[in-house]
Design a protein around this ligand. Structure first.
Ligand code: AMP
Length: 470
């Protein structure tokens, strides 16, 4: 097995690695470091959690230790899709270069241009930036990219999702042709392939196993249900989420709750707070100081539930998360692996629960296909509702917990029966134990209203709370 000492890294870097407590290089480090030190371009197909950050920072520090920074002309550039990831890469540099004299600047939104300009003016060895902010600096005429010897693109597939590819192409064209490029992506979409063909020169291609295969310590489960009505989907999903959290009790010491959309991140966070949970949102629209505060609170344990979008959570290194909840099934199956990989780290056990409604069905199938296994179905933890009246007007999407029928999520019973599509001869996504008989288990709550013919007056469908409020 390769040892760090075999990799020709600077002895001061080796010392820092030892102090960080790393014993052996991860596969991507063992493969990529010799190529990077040898001056070759590297195409790393790897996800967070594989040790990919050190696979480029360690050789960069070793190479940059020889030579000096020049004013306004950084010697290396690392591009990251999000501020958090950029900040984390910067932390990695600090850890591994603590015995080497290197200067660095972090160019991310939310930090004043002035502070960053001062650093650039003095000269930096390493510039770590998000693409937009880097181009802002460039356009202000304060920065030259013609001194770049090594350029890293981290999480290129995420850049693609975020629409950064034109910026990346522009940045490539502003750096010297002779630069060395280290390029990382979890997947190789055609657009990514095109960029690597254009800007990398005979790269060493290194692919490491998906984290999906390494997630044996994570217990997974999914609540598949059909909302009682389309306009109540979000409310009912939140009720399911709360019930799942409650069912876990103290075992759920902290959790990340993932939503596909930023707007849901905010709504879910607000709703949980309203229901008395220590919860806070994190997504790209929040300002940097707020995000840092939230993350610090989560790490320190003062915030129990972090509600996040995929982009914001990418690259966050939070060591001990007991639970992950997917409020939605992610639209990219790889994101499921990223999400659940936030728990069960370093041999600890963890639990990951997913809420799936009919609109998530095709994404759920792709997740199971990627994992090559079925995710166990769980009973819907929310009490079974009485059916909504036929002519009921749409209720408000109120956050107040109400004991009325339509506030609970209805387990899915008829799901997919009509669609008939199945990837592995499956009849329905909800083939778990959640198949109560149609009426017998509702404690008689939904017995027909008698004595009024077919018509049920609207007020009967309203709860006490609603009547009081009105
Ligand atoms: P990354 O894939 O770069 O996000 O790294 C994931 C985590 O693995 C980080 O917390 C690193 O500190 C840690 N790590 C990186 N390399 C090693 C190693 N060789 N041994 C143990 N942990 C490592």
């Amino acid at each position: 097995m390769t040892k760090f000492a075999d990799l020709n890294l600077n002895p001061k870097v080796l010392k820092a690695i030892e102090e960080a407590g790393y014993e052996t290089p991860t596969p991507i480090q063992a493969d990529a470091i010799p190529h990077a030190l040898g001056g070759k371009d590297v195409l790393g197909i790897a996800q967070t959690g594989t040790g990919k950050t050190a696979s480029f920072t360690l050789p960069m520090i070793t190479k940059l230790a020889r030579g000096r920074a020049r004013a306004r002309m950084p010697r290396s550039l690392v591009l990251c899709p999000t501020r958090e990831l950029a900040a984390q890469v910067a932390e990695n540099f600090d850890t591994y270069s603590k015995h080497v004299k290197l200067t660095k600047a972090l160019l991310i939104g939310g930090v004043s241009f002035k502070e960053q300009d001062v650093l650039i003016d003095k000269g930096v060895d390493v510039l770590i930036a998000t693409p937009g902010r880097l181009l802002d600096h460039f356009e202000r005429g304060k920065l030259l990219l013609t001194g770049i010897e090594i350029m890293v693109v981290d999480e290129a597939d995420r850049m693609l999702d975020m629409g950064f590819i034109p910026d990346i192409e522009r940045i490539f064209s502003l750096t010297p042709f002779t630069r060395q490029t280290l390029f990382f992506s979890a997947t190789m979409a055609p657009e990514i392939e095109r960029i690597t063909n254009t800007f990398l020169s005979a790269p060493a291609r290194i692919e490491v196993a998906r984290q999906a295969t390494a997630s044996e310590t994570i217990e997974q489960g999914a609540v598949v249900f059909k909302p009682s009505r389309r306009d109540r989907e979000s409310t009912e999903k939140r009720a399911v989420l709360r019930a799942l959290i409650e069912a876990e009790g103290e075992a759920c010491s902290n959790a990340i709750i993932f939503c596909n959309r930023k707007v849901d991140v905010d709504v879910v966070a607000k709703s949980l707070k309203k229901h008395g949970y220590d919860a806070a949102p994190i997504h790209g629209d929040l300002d940097q100081s707020q995000r840092t505060r939230t993350l610090d609170g989560f790490r320190a344990g003062t915030i129990r539930l972090l509600i996040a979008s995929d982009v914001a959570a990418r690259g966050l290194d939070i060591p001990a998360v007991s639970h992950v909840f997917n409020f939605d099934v992610p639209s990219h199956a790889e994101d499921y692996v990223h999400r659940i990989g936030r728990t069960g780290r370093a041999g600890r056990s963890g639990k990951a629960f997913t809420i799936c409604t009919p609109r998530d069905e095709k994404y759920f199938e792709s997740v199971e296909k990627l994992l090559q296994k079925e995710i166990p179905r769980l009973d819907n933890p929310v009490a079974k509702p009485a059916p909504a009246a036929k002519d009921e007007t749409p209720a408000q999407d109120s956050e107040t917990p109400q004991p009325k029928a339509s506030d609970s999520a209805e387990p899915q019973r008829e799901k997919s029966r009509s669609s008939g599509k199945s990837s592995r001869g499956r009849k329905s996504l909800d083939r778990g134990a959640d198949k109560p008989s149609r009426r017998s288990d509702r404690g008689g709550q939904d017995s027909n209203v008698v004595g009024m013919g077919d018509h049920m007056p609207e007020f009967i469908a309203l709860s006490f709370e609603e009547r009081r409020a009105s």
